[in-house]
Design a protein around this ligand. Structure first.
Ligand SMILES: [Zn+2]
Length: 294
């Protein structure tokens, strides 16, 4: 793993899920997210030590395991204060919530693996304002709900905007086909908002540093809208979610394992929920089966 400077005091670790770093002063730094697990955190701590720095604070953008899985080790080994939004705090502190909602009940072991359930850690300070002041350094906090219940983005004093997982790079989408989301409506709102925010650099947790983000946002919107259209076309004949899921996987040419199945099923629920709320489809229970219809 390498630490790469973006501009002035803003850096990032080129981890598969990017970790941001901001230098508050000669000695202290802030981390934005912590990666998947102890192994990632160890590499981060090694580089921090080599530079003779101290971690003053860690800000988690959201609770997905690849963003907060390194918290535990950093918490154990440093004096850092941990920050997140209120809802994400509850998930970060009780990481079993994610496999619980994916499975719908106590999840079997395969769904409690490290990608779906990080080690729990504590959040010391809830961020509920749109500015975060750490040692006189002011970070703008951007509400980026949608990908997860209360994801946040940060703009550093150097005008570098960490957008977390609200925008995924186009090449990565080609591989996974779908975009994970919790509330599609909120995600659309967040994408519209990011378009309006002019920053000098944008950092996509999955995709890296960009001077311009519009093309990626448009590609993300295309992917989200195309799944809505697929569902609406499919529901010319009313059907249940299992069959919609099956048709969706066939249409997009994917092969799933158990974790992929539950993640895809969860994002399908988000699309179905959105279409219901928008009045484009309805659902009802018929003979013990939920049927969706146009
Ligand atoms: Zn995420």
């Amino acid at each position: 793993m390498q630490l790469i400077q973006i501009k002035n005091n803003t850096y990032y670790f080129d981890n598969p899920s990017i970790i941001g770093l901001y230098r508050l002063n000669e000695k202290e730094v802030v981390l934005i997210d912590t990666g998947l697990n102890d192994d990632v955190a160890k590499k981060v701590l090694k580089i921090i030590k080599e530079n003779n720095w101290e971690i003053k604070a860690v800000v988690n953008t959201h609770s997905h395991a690849d963003h907060c899985g390194g918290n535990g080790l950093i918490q154990k080994r440093t004096e850092a204060d941990f920050y997140s939004s209120r809802i994400e705090k509850s998930y970060i502190e009780t990481t079993s919530t994610e496999p619980h909602y994916l499975f719908g009940s106590y999840p079997p072991k395969v769904l409690r693996a490290k990608f779906l359930q990080a080690k729990p850690s504590n959040i010391d300070i809830v961020i509920d304002e749109d500015e975060l002041n750490i040692e006189g350094n002011k970070f703008q906090i951007i509400d980026l709900k949608g990908h997860s219940p209360e994801q946040i983005g940060l703009i550093t004093p150097d005008d570098v905007f960490f957008v977390a997982d609200s925008v995924i790079e186009s090449k990565i989408i080609e591989k996974y086909k779908f975009l994970y989301n919790y509330s599609l409506k909120e995600l659309f709102n967040s994408l519209d908002m990011i378009k309006e925010i002019k920053a000098e650099y944008y950092v996509l947790s999955h995709g890296g540093v960009k001077k311009s983000i519009e093309q990626d946002i448009d590609n993300n919107l295309k992917v989200l809208e195309s799944l809505n259209e697929f569902i609406l076309d499919y529901l010319e004949t009313p059907d249940n979610k299992n069959n919609i899921h099956k048709a969706m996987i066939k249409e997009y040419g994917l092969i799933e394992n158990i974790p992929n199945y539950y993640l895809n099923d969860s994002l399908l629920s988000s699309h179905l929920g959105y279409l219901i709320e928008e009045g484009k489809i309805a659902f009802e229970v018929i003979d013990g089966e939920v049927k969706y219809n146009k």
